[in-house]
Design a protein around this ligand. Structure first.
Ligand SMILES: *Cc1c(COP(=O)(O)O)cnc(C)c1O
Length: 477
């Protein structure tokens, strides 16, 4: 199994080679040379596997260079009942017949990103120990996603995390979650600005290539290939949980932003998992819904990007989308490079109605969008009718799925499994708006709000951020 760049400018590399990196050197994304196929007999034999056993079967096909024994050890350490709260790791429940919910949000930060990030922490630690390297992860968060990285990397040898967050602009729960971490390798920096200021500081540091190299600065954003591939596992697990026999097929509905989660579904389908349809659910930021309906991919400017009540889906462009388009256009790196040149130059490309048809018929994609009003209504109605309180992102998915199930495509879809991407406690304000009361704090987190909080306040100044890092991370020659 070797990896190439979607834009054709990278020599074939191994999984370990690309594990710590971000973009490919030519500015493209890394992609496996071909998808490992799973035949019907193999698939049937996986039905009774535990989550960790299944993860091993899937991941060893993508990371043969890790060695079976090492990989199995890291996976067994990651996917435990202690970390995810249940022996199934990702249990499935039915809201009503034919409409399931796959619970991906029982990890330490109560969002699906833990599913992959927890494994990434263990993979990073292993590879860094082998090579004697260090890694300093620098990131910015508006509160939701940075914590997944911190909980994955806490206490990991060879890794430090420097995470910027906008001072005073996160919810009490988010602050408690991040600033309550006291591990020595976790540095919370509360910057006196908004999220964009934090992100600009990170970019400025990363663009200083000499500093970046000297201090081994890295990231763990959603284009990391290991994150994508770790997410493939729960599509298999969800399929088995939703079906009784091997001949069946199901559809998945995925609340989407950067296209990382649903890309994993696409990969599972390419491997041979019987997925009928992959439904891409967006919020008001509907770049992806527009593409799957029309074939036109039009990225948004920041003034056209809305701040919504499902904030983790507020994207102006979908950073993992290039990997799917690579498959869609027959893996032609020249053509792909041209399309992304058009995105950079003209802000868009258009594959037309034929492109949209191919997405649907060959790759099983469908799409729909939600809105603030629909999100609130779905939270309220699900709470009342199904007795289940869901977070705003999950509600976007459930809303889109129910919409499609009432339309002419119901027969094509069959059973639909919606992915739960976060728990409601993380988005308490919206829940109060929807049902008039706050969601309960899960028992496991009862003590969190009382923890002492540790963070450093910093003005928006790149020089101070660099100095802060330099004082804490050893410099290379
Ligand atoms: C990140 C995130 C999403 C979007 O997932 P993508 O992989 O970016 O498409 C949806 N919901 C929640 C809660 C998230 O944190």
């Amino acid at each position: 199994m070797k990896y190439v760049s979607t834009r054709g400018g990278m020599d074939p590399a191994s999984f370990k080679d690309i594990l710590l990196g971000g973009l490919a050197p030519d500015g493209g994304l890394t992609a496996c040379e071909s998808y490992p196929g799973i035949d019907a007999a193999t698939l049937a034999s996986w039905r009774t596997l535990s989550y960790a056993q299944l993860a091993f079967q899937v991941l060893k096909r993508f990371a043969p260079d890790f060695g079976d024994e090492a990989l199995r050890g890291l996976i067994d350490k990651t996917y435990t009942e202690a970390t995810y709260g249940t022996p199934e790791i990702t249990p499935l429940t039915w809201l009503k017949p034919g409409l399931g919910l796959l619970h991906l949000s029982n990890g330490p930060t109560l969002a699906f990103k833990d599913m992959a990030m927890q494994l990434l922490g263990n993979l990073f630690e292993h590879v860094l120990a082998e090579t004697g390297q260090q890694l300093n992860i620098l990131g910015a968060t508006s509160g939701d996603t940075g914590s997944a990285a911190e909980y994955a990397m806490r206490g990991k040898k060879g890794v430090r995390v420097f995470m910027l967050s906008p001072n005073g602009r996160m919810s009490a729960f988010q602050r408690a979650q991040m600033y309550g971490l006291h591990d020595e390798n976790i540095y919370n920096i509360a910057a006196n600005g908004v999220f964009d200021d934090c992100q600009d500081m990170v970019k400025a540091v990363s663009n200083d290539l000499d500093f970046k190299r000297r201090y081994a600065i890295g990231t763990v954003n959603s284009i990391n290939w290991a994150r994508v591939v770790a997410q493939v596992v729960y599509y298999f697990k969800g399929y088995f949980a939703a079906t009784d026999s091997d001949g069946e097929s199901v559809s998945f509905c995925v609340p989407s932003g950067n296209f990382g989660n649903v890309l994993a579904g696409h990969i599972a389908r390419m491997m041979g998992l019987p997925i009928r349809r992959l439904i891409v659910a967006t919020n008001e930021n509907d770049v992806l819904a527009e593409f799957f309906e029309s074939g036109r991919y039009r990225v948004r400017s920041s003034s056209e990007t809305f701040l919504t009540s499902s904030p983790s889906m507020d994207i102006s462009k979908a950073s993992n989308f290039e990997r799917f388009v690579f498959d869609l256009i027959g893996r032609d790196p020249q053509r792909l490079s041209q399309l992304w040149k058009d995105v950079d130059g003209k802000g868009q490309f258009d594959l037309g109605a034929e492109g949209a048809r191919q997405c649907r018929e060959q790759y099983g994609f469908m799409a729909g969008r939600s809105s603030h009003a629909l999100r609130l209504a779905t939270i309220r109605r699900s709470h009342k009718d199904y007795g289940y309180l869901m977070d705003p992102h999950t509600a976007d998915g459930v809303q889109v799925a129910e919409q499609l199930l009432q339309g002419p495509d119901a027969a094509v879809l069959g059973k639909v499994v919606c992915l739960e991407t976060a728990l409601p406690i993380k988005f308490s304000d919206t829940i109060v708006e929807a049902i008039g009361s706050a969601p309960p704090i899960p028992e496991r987190f009862a003590g969190l709000m009382e923890l002492a909080q540790r963070y450093t306040v910093m003005p928006i100044r790149v020089d101070l951020l660099k100095r802060y890092i330099a004082e804490r991370a050893p410099a290379l020659a």
